[in-house]
Each structure stands twice: as structure tokens, then as C-alpha cells.
Design a protein around this ligand. Structure first.
Ligand code: GDP
Length: 441
């Protein structure tokens, strides 16, 4: 993935019949290859230009009449000479154009390689680059809006004041290590910095809260429906999805496999898992179902315990601090409703209260899609690492440990900031990020 001096080419649209297709070519030398294939000369232009002309193969056989956009170096998305060719949308035409460039020495682009070049050429930071991919994969309108803020750099901007403050802390501790004779430096470096550290820790807590939500908007919330057999879990899944996906019977223990379904509520993708009812069973297949249920609970973000409102008895399940919502189904069977209980009726399709409870319990609000936030696992783990380094620094100050210990932790936090933005990213991390992209992006 790392050769940046060659010309890369790829189809940027799916290889299907469509109205138009786009082929992208990038790398210094892209213009001179294009001059050999296109009916008009593009080398030598100083600003972006569009052309209509004929693209041919290396034997000068015409392939198609196309619109061609030419971006000179420094004025393209990757920073290098770039050509985008819009042709009639036949997979054969796309293949012919790509082959024409390959036969002149261009190389097929790898996944995410256009974006990688754009990042390596300083056109965007790593958070913005991740947003490019998230934009393509956004499942709801709200998550697309949210990701767009990251693409415009608003999420990266959240780190600026933190990075600036960390830079000052690193500098002040280093001064007092280098010049120990000036005691007041040491006092300033520790005494004064404790307030800063506490502020930074609370800033990071806010960023982490936002990032957890950002991650859920992007990847969806996994919700496990659990409860005793026959409380109406399968009926609930069907009512939520508006289709008969799970088998409903009044024979307890019929759901043995996990049945899944996805819907979106106020822009949050929700993946529901209907599980086998939890009970002791001598039936081998049902017991396997119960153990699958326990695994589903483990991977769920939210556990919804469904009770039968006409006989609300809870089952003991391991939820370890996970968001748990208890709902009473079959509300149509009870006359006297208790306060503080979430009632639903799968039979009557009355399940909105559950969706709203999930939304609120996870802290989502309508302001989320206009609030920038971090979202990827990479970003979240670096925010945690940064916070932990600052907690260590704070402890070291409180325990009156040597200033060098405090300083090391400041530097760790500062480096996490740089790594988050990709200012000092490791190659493996970069390759990992860009390999998740599609070819042509
Ligand atoms: P599960 O074993 O928990 O998945 O339960 P099912 O969805 O298979 O439902 C068990 C029985 O309860 C079936 O006869 C359903 O028709 C009935 N049932 C489910 N939801 C409701 C409800 O909201 N009201 C009423 N009255 N019956 C329901």
C-alpha cells in the first residue's frame, strides 16, 4: 500500500449497469498517461478543468465519449494530479478504461488508497479520513449528518484546546526538570497544573460520553429481548419490525435460535435479538438456545427484560452494569396499570414506549446530529488512554511524586492526541484504517 509515487487507477462506482460510471486516476504522471488515451491534451493546466472527449485504449481504439475532470497537483482531493472520468455506466466500459491505464503502467488502486494519499499529503487528518468511510457507511440520515461534522473537521477541532493545554503542561514540567534550581517552576508545574488536569479529565469524560453515542449512531445499538418463555418476546420482535419474522406460539420454548431484526428509531439503528426464553430445560435443543441467549446478553448494549403484565415475574439474568430496561407486555390484558411501569402490547402493535425508553436510557437527544463527536473504536480507545494518563498525572501530583513522573504522563496524553489526529500515527494503524474503505475511495 505504501508506494506513493506511482499512478493508481480504479473504478469508483460499483461494476453494475447504471446511467454513469466514474473511473479515478491519481498520482503524478496521471496527466501524461491521460494525454495518450484522451482526445484532448490536459498536461500543463494550472487549475481544475472539465472536458468532453473520446477516451481510447492504448491501441487508439475508441472506448466511449466521456466527461473528464482534470485536477492539477495541489488542487485535487489527493494533492496529486488526478483525473476523474465519467463514462456511460456499463461494466465493460469501466473495465476497458481501467485496463487502458493499466496497460500504460498505472497500478490498480488498493482499498482506500485515494483517501490514504489525501491524508498522507496533509489534505485531511486521520479523524476526517475515518469520516469519509463512515459517510459511505452511515445507516441513517441522522448519523450521516453527524459524520458530516467530522468530515468538515469539527470533531478534530474538539481536540485543539485540549492539545494546547497539554502542550503547556508538558512544557512547564520539562522546564522544571531541566532547571531544578528554580523551585518555583516545580511548584507552578505541579500546584497550578492540578486544576488544569482536573479540567482536562472532565473534558475527556464529556468527549467520551459523546463518542460512545457517536459509535452507537454509526454501528447501531444491539438490544437483546430476554425473559421467560411465552411472555411475548417473539411477538414483540414481529411488532417492532412490522413483519412475521419470529415464530409465535403459545407453546413455551419454541424460540431456540436467535432471531434478529433491525430498525431505526429517531436516527439510531437498533439491532434487536429475540432470544430463547430463559428457563431450566431438559430439552437439549432448548438448552442450547438458552446458552445462546446468555451469549447474546453478553454482546448486547441494552438488555430488555420482557415480563407478562398479567403475571410479572422476573428472571435472574447476568446483566453486569449494562443498560437494562424492564417492560411489561400484554398490557391489553391488565386493567389497573401501575405507575412507573413501561407497558406495551405486542399483540396490538403498541410498542413505541419501549423504543423511546431505549433512546432515552442511552442519553440520545435530538441535538446529537448537530453535535460533533468521536465515534470509532480507535478514537475511543485513544481518548481512554489519554484520560488514564491524566488520572495517573493527577495521582502523582497528589502523592507528591517526582515531577518526572507527572511529566511522563502529560507527554503520554499529548502523544495520544497526536495519534488520534494521525499526526504521528503508526503505519499499521493507518493501513488498518484505510483497508476498511472500498476500492476507488
Ligand atoms: P415468547 O415465547 O416470549 O417469544 O412469546 P410469544 O411471542 O411466542 O408469545 C406467546 C403467547 O403470548 C402467544 O400466544 C402470543 O399470541 C401471546 N402474546 C404475545 N404478545 C401478546 C400481547 O401483547 N397481548 C396478548 N394478549 N397476548 C400476547
Amino acid at each position: 500500500m505504501r508506494k506513493l509515487d506511482d499512478v493508481i487507477v480504479s473504478l469508483a462506482t460499483p461494476p453494475l449497469r447504471s446511467a454513469l460510471l466514474v473511473v479515478r486516476v491519481a498520482g503524478n504522471g496521471a496527466f501524461s498517461l491521460t494525454d495518450q488515451l484522451f482526445s484532448k491534451k490536459i498536461s500543463g493546466i494550472c487549475s481544475r478543468k472539465s472536458y468532453v472527449g473520446i477516451i481510447s485504449n492504448h491501441k487508439k481504439e475508441a472506448i466511449d465519449e466521456v466527461v473528464l475532470l482534470a485536477y492539477p497537483a495541489g488542487k485535487s482531493p489527493t494533492g496529486e494530479e488526478t483525473v476523474e472520468i465519467m463514462a456511460h455506466g456499463s461494466p465493460l466500459i469501466g473495465e476497458n478504461i481501467v485496463n487502458a491505464y493499466l496497460s500504460l503502467g498505472a497500478r490498480q488502486a488498493e482499498r482506500g488508497e485515494f483517501s490514504l494519499r489525501s491524508y498522507l499529503n496533509g489534505k485531511m487528518d486521520l479523524v476526517e479520513a475515518e469520516a469519509v468511510n463512515d459517510m459511505i457507511n452511515a445507516q441513517t440520515e441522522e448519523s450521516r449528518k453527524k459524520v458530516f461534522l467530522s468530515l468538515k473537521g469539527e470533531t478534530s477541532e474538539l481536540l485543539s484546546p485540549i492539545m494546547e493545554e497539554l502542550g503547556k503542561l508538558v512544557a512547564s514540567t520539562e522546564v522544571s526538570i531541566d532547571f531544578p534550581e528554580y523551585n518555583e517552576f516545580e511548584e507552578n508545574a505541579t500546584g497550578g497544573s492540578k486544576d488544569s488536569v482536573c479540567r482536562l479529565i472532565s473534558n475527556l469524560d464529556e468527549l467520551l460520553d459523546g463518542a460512545k453515542k457517536g459509535h452507537l449512531y454509526q454501528n447501531g445499538v444491539t438490544v437483546a429481548l430476554v425473559g421467560k418463555p411465552n411472555v411475548g418476546k417473539s411477538s414483540l420482535l414481529n411488532a417492532l419490525l412490522g413483519e412475521e419474522k419470529a415464530i409465535v406460539t403459545d407453546i413455551p420454548g419454541t424460540t431456540r435460535d436467535i432471531v434478529e431484526g433491525t430498525l431505526s428509531y429517531k436516527g439510531v439503528p437498533l439491532h434487536f435479538l429475540d432470544t430463547a426464553g430463559i428457563r431450566e430445560s431438559n430439552d437439549q435443543i432448548e438448552s442450547i438456545g438458552v446458552s445462546l441467549t446468555l451469549k447474546a446478553i453478553d454482546k448486547a448494549d441494552v438488555v430488555v427484560e420482557v415480563l407478562d403484565a398479567s403475571c410479572p415475574v422476573s428472571v435472574e439474568t447476568k446483566k453486569d452494569g449494562r443498560v437494562t430496561i424492564v417492560v411489561e407486555n400484554k398490557a391489553d390484558l391488565v386493567k389497573d396499570k401501575k405507575d412507573g411501569v413501561i407497558y406495551i402490547s405486542a399483540k396490538e402493535g403498541d410498542v413505541a414506549a419501549l423504543l423511546e425508553a431505549i433512546y432515552q436510557n442511552l442519553g440520545f437527544t435530538s441535538a446529537d446530529c448537530v453535535t460533533p463527536s468521536f465515534s470509532s473504536e480507535r478514537q475511543i480507545s485513544l481518548l481512554y488512554k489519554m484520560k488514564n494518563a491524566l488520572v495517573e498525572a493527577k495521582n502523582a501530583i497528589e502523592d507528591e511524586q517526582p515531577i518526572s513522573i507527572v511529566s511522563i504522563n502529560y507527554l503520554d496524553a499529548y502523544n495520544c492526541c497526536k495519534e488520534l489526529l494521525g499526526l504521528e500515527a503508526d503505519r499499521d494503524v493507518e493501513d488498518e484504517v484505510f483497508s476498511r474503505f472500498c476500492v476507488g475511495k
